[in-house]
Design a protein around this ligand. Structure first.
Ligand code: PEP
Ligand code: CO
Length: 467
């Protein structure tokens, strides 16, 4: 008998039998930030390795099945949340509002697309951020000094002081604790019936009546919200019990798996299952800046059983994408690969079609998702980072069109959003102008869609995707 028989008799052999959660350390890797105290780093990751998982392997497998359905066009995936969660915003009102907007958007999509929708939050662990520069030079106590950039609350803190900006291993455990509190609250809200969105008082569509909106758009919104209201009333007539059942939602978590010390510490084998699961989130993803084939992130991600997201920017070519997919999913397992395409309005129409046809012809199973946020950043003349609602919408529409032309399935969408009334992105039915941006700009990282802009985009996406 083999020394190490598969735990599941039906399972195919693991593609990388010698892989371990620490294999990534053997790649040549220069992290953009450095922990100064190796003993403290070891103590933090050892502790995290002992703590209970945030998610379970059973949930991860369930999500993989749902992604497999979405790959075939039988389901739609809605992924959204903050660019960077902060420890400070681990508060019930923020969490509930983000959950609420995702649930509302998903109802619009269920209705508009006539498909089941899976919700995945950029929640409960989106604490580590890639930065374009590893350091920042600014004024501190009247002197210009250079410090590490802010890499998110899992690594260091935002205030520009030497103490805050030093990478701090204790934040790895703090991040875990806040992720755990966030997830605990979300699970309780969902179990307690928060997801029963058939209550009309949960809806605030008054902004659709904005006087500046053109007549066609206004009429379109009125029709859509009426259809939705009718649908919800119909569901209500099914009776309380059934309504609860039919609107009962699963909820999944995701974050960029940037800090591999954090991911590694929660990556484990599970009784009666083969392989390792990264139990910090259901769907970790690899960022645009960290997807080089011989880098540590690909090395880490190729060994885990979770579905894996890959950001796909405008420079991706078919060869490179094929190699990435082959490395991360050598057995072409359904539900495993989520391609989160972020090319930018204008670029996507030219750069996406060659990828679509190449992957389609190769028979590789992937979920095509669009992230119309990350390549549509602009800076105002006064230096504020923003995104324009119309660019986001244009990238969405061009993506839908590219899939229609290629005969491929757009199976999901990825938004940076918040449930709050922030003014970070320009435009939308509420008409946010450059002058408005300073009114309530909160994000420490990228600008997010506010509540109204998010809901509006859900309606517009549903419209664009009509056959
Ligand atoms: C993000 O999703 O916040 C992000 C940094 O994205 P990207 O890796 O696509 O730039
Ligand atoms: Co972002």
């Amino acid at each position: 008998m083999a020394n190490n028989p598969p735990k599941n008799a039906d399972a195919v052999p693991l593609p990388y039998p010698n892989w371990t959660p620490t294999s990534w350390k053997s790649t040549s890797y220069t992290a953009p930030y450095k922990y100064q105290d190796p003993a403290a780093l070891k103590a933090a990751t050892d502790r995290l390795a002992q703590l209970p998982p945030l998610v379970t392997s059973g949930e991860i497998e369930k999500l993989k099945k749902q992604i497999a359905e979405a790959q075939l066009g039988n389901r739609f995936i809605l992924q959204g949340g903050d660019c960077a969660e902060t420890l400070d915003e681990c508060r019930p009102e923020f969490i509930a509002n983000k959950l609420k907007i995702l649930l509302q958007m998903s109802l619009v999509m269920i209705h508009g697309l006539s498909l089941p929708v899976t919700r995945i939050g950029r929640f409960a662990g989106q604490y580590a951020k890639p930065r374009s520069s590893p350091t920042q030079t600014a004024d501190f106590n009247g002197q210009s000094i250079t410090l590490p950039s802010y890499f998110g609350d899992l690594v260091n803190r935002a205030p520009f002081t030497p103490e805050d900006r030093a990478p701090n291993p204790n934040l790895i455990v703090e991040g875990y604790k806040h992720a755990s509190m966030t997830l605990n609250f979300i699970r309780s809200l969902l179990d307690g019936g928060f997801a029963d969105l058939h209550h009309p008082e949960y809806w605030d569509l008054s902004f659709f009546h904005n006087a500046d909106l053109d007549q066609d758009r206004k009429a379109q919104y009125q029709r859509m919200s009426q259809t939705l209201a009718d649908g919800l009333a119909f569901m209500e007539n099914l009776g309380e019990q059934q309504v609860h059942e039919s609107t009962r939602v699963d909820f999944y978590t995701s974050h960029e798996g940037l800090n591999l010390h954090y991911e590694q510490a929660q990556t484990r084998t599970v009784p009666r299952k083969d392989g390792h699961f990264d139990l910090t989130a259901h769907l970790p993803w690899i960022g645009e800046r960290n997807r080089n084939l011989d880098g540590p992130h690909i090395e880490f991600f190729k060994g885990i059983q979770n579905p894996v997201g890959i950001k796909v920017g405008p420079t991706m070519n078919p060869d490179e994408l094929t190699k990435l997919i082959d490395t991360l999913n050598p057995q072409n397992e359904p539900g495993k690969i989520v391609l989160i395409v972020r090319m930018g309005a204008g670029k996507v129409a030219d750069n996406l079609p060659p990828l679509l046809s190449h992957i389609k012809n190769s028979g590789k199973l992937v979920l095509w998702m669009t992230d119309p946020m990350h390549a549509n950043g602009t800076t105002t003349s006064t230096g504020i980072k923003t995104r324009n609602f119309n660019d986001i919408l244009t990238e969405l529409q061009q993506t839908v069109e590219a899939h229609k032309q290629a005969g491929t399935v757009l199976g999901g969408v990825h938004f940076e959003l918040t449930g709050e009334d922030v003014t970070e992105c320009l435009g939308g039915a509420a008409g946010i102008t450059e002058a408005d941006l300073t009114k309530n700009y909160v994000s420490l990282c990228d600008p997010r869609l506010n509540y109204q802009q998010s809901l509006e985009l859900a309606f517009l996406l549903a419209t664009a995707m009509q056959p």
